[in-house]
Design a protein around this ligand. Structure first.
Ligand SMILES: *[C@@H]1O[C@H](CO)[C@@H](O)[C@H](O)[C@H]1NC(C)=O
Ligand SMILES: *[C@@H]1O[C@H](CO)[C@@H](O)[C@H](O)[C@H]1NC(C)=O
Ligand SMILES: [Cu+2]
Length: 235
């Protein structure tokens, strides 16, 4: 949004349930765009493309009523990975990606994701100056980043998120669009060599009052937007 004062427009969009939403429905890994929801945990009804707004619910982990996917993809530490959206991002806000490793005694295809999540990538506004803030809204349809090459090998959930901030001037009105993929990361570091962090829990790591979650992005326009969650793991 380049306009400085469109509070009214924000309210209008929030109130319009028919407005097009979006899902991160395809995983991009090993140089290939995979089928819809292959390796990605399904959520809610098959065509639900709305957000979750409750940061205190387990829905904040992998989206509304997410359940395990059948398949796990093997990927190499240090390789490129990403997600494709099924339409266009129609709201302003940041993107983040996190990993959490499944405990040794759990199977990734049944683990609930109640683990320690560390951030591996984030993207705030594409352009940010006191005069102008440009969000990645209707611009990109896929987002690529790297699996850290030093991550310990193992079974992980990869959580990808877009936080829509058009209504976030009201408390608990930020919208979270999330997908989790099931990864078997190989060729990473050996057990016990590194501990990625800082880590957070989902739920637990975000609150309704985080400065990047409860914020009016229209006025004053935040040219130093604080992306929610911990710092990206530096390796
Ligand atoms: C892991 O590393 C080995 C040796 O370099 C390589 O042959 C193999 O293809 C790698 N695995 C993946 C999934 O990239
Ligand atoms: C794995 O271990 C944890 C901690 O001891 C326990 O809470 C959990 O129920 C165990 N999971 C399984 C599948 O046994
Ligand atoms: Cu929307």
């Amino acid at each position: 949004m380049k306009i400085t004062s469109v509070l009214g427009l924000g309210a209008l969009l929030t109130a319009s349930p028919a407005f097009a939403h979006y899902r991160f429905y395809k995983l991009i890994a090993n140089g290939q765009v995979h089928d819809e929801f292959k390796y990605i945990r399904p959520f809610e009804a098959p065509y639900y493309n709305g957000p979750t707004q409750d940061v205190y619910s387990t829905d904040i982990r992998c989206h509304m009523k997410a359940r395990p996917a059948a398949d796990i993809i093997t990927v190499s530490a240090g390789s490129d990975i990403g997600f494709q959206v099924d339409g266009a991002i129609v709201h302003p806000g940041p993107f983040t990606a996190y990993l959490a490793r499944a405990p040794a005694n759990e199977s990734l295809t049944s683990w609930d994701g109640d683990g320690d999540w560390f951030k591996i990538w984030e993207q705030g506004a594409l352009e940010s100056s006191p005069e102008k803030v440009v969000w990645d809204e209707g611009i990109n349809t896929k987002w690529m980043f790297k699996i850290p090459k030093n991550v310990p090998s193992g079974k992980y959930l990869l959580r990808f998120e877009h936080i829509a901030l058009h209504g976030a001037w009201a408390k608990a009105e930020a919208q979270f669009y999330i997908s989790c993929a099931q990864l078997d990361i190989v060729n990473g570091s050996k057990e016990g060599e590194v501990s990625p962090g800082p880590t957070i829990k989902f739920p637990g790591g975000y609150t309704d009052e985080d400065p990047g979650i409860f914020i009016n992005i229209f006025w004053p326009v935040p040219h130093n937007y604080p992306i929610p969650g911990p710092a990206v793991w530096g390796q």
